[in-house]
Design a protein around this ligand. Structure first.
Ligand code: DX5
Ligand code: ZN
Length: 220
């Protein structure tokens, strides 16, 4: 079976203290650190890019799970590879014409390629990216409209996760948006194994407890 991964979204952290916030999450049992890269164009919010990843990399060896909510993901491959990103997950809506070249370039930079889809995008759109030669190794199913933390989980997205899990038993299937103690069960029982969580982890009095609760739910 697939491994349980809990990835706190650093979007909910104090950006002015990113290195210590990252270390705090790792001390609380985080497996990966989820880094939301937004360009103010693909989504109506602007966050961080390669320079911040490069700075953070100097403070941690952790797996940096980069989620690219950008219109031109190809432009980010080289800089993020150099900066020390570990995973590079782009949106299928932003790569309809060039996903093969994109996946090839991501792999050549030593990063793990992943594809994400917005709530309105049907799951069938990612099938070609999973079956060919240049296939992705992770699918990130958005459970909110990308752009902001703290939104409500969309349970209807679990049909996508179930369908995907049936077709690909060993694929890394990640969910992102509104995940926490009250929604994790829906996601883990549908077959998600990588869980991104921002506000539920950073807002908790005991983040370690929330992280372990979510991991246990996937492992059950
Ligand atoms: C939203 C981002 C998420 C966000 C999740 O576009 O992709 O990673 O930080 O935050 P929560 O867990 O608060 O919904
Ligand atoms: Zn994200």
């Amino acid at each position: 079976m697939v491994k349980a991964i809990v990835a706190p979204s650093m979007l909910s952290s104090d950006f002015a203290n990113l290195a210590s916030e990252a270390q705090r999450m790792l001390n609380c049992g985080a497996d990966w650190l989820h880094m939301d890269i937004m360009d103010g164009h693909f989504v109506p919010n602007l966050t961080l890019g390669a320079p911040v990843i490069e700075s953070l990399r100097k403070h941690t060896k952790a797996y940096l799970d980069c989620h690219l909510m950008v219109t031109n993901p190809l432009d980010y491959v080289e800089p993020l590879g150099k900066a020390g990103a570990s995973g590079f997950t782009f949106h299928v809506e932003a790569s309809r014409d060039n996903w093969q070249e994109l996946v090839q370039r991501i792999k050549s930079k030593g990063m793990k390629p992943g594809v994400s889809l917005k709530p309105g995008t049907p799951i069938e759109e990612v099938y070609p990216l999973l079956d060919g030669e240049n296939s992705v190794e992770l699918v990130l199913v958005m459970t909110v409209e990308p752009g902001f933390g703290g939104q409500k989980f969309m349970p209807e997205m679990m049909d996508k996760v179930r369908t995907l899990r049936k077709k690909y038993p060993s694929l890394d299937i990640e969910v992102d948006g509104g995940l926490g103690p009250s929604t994790i069960e829906a996601a883990s029982s549908a077959g998600a194994n990588c869980v991104v969580a921002g506000s539920s982890v950073f807002g908790a009095p005991d983040p370690a407890q929330v992280i372990s609760l979510m991991r246990n739910s996937v492992e059950e």
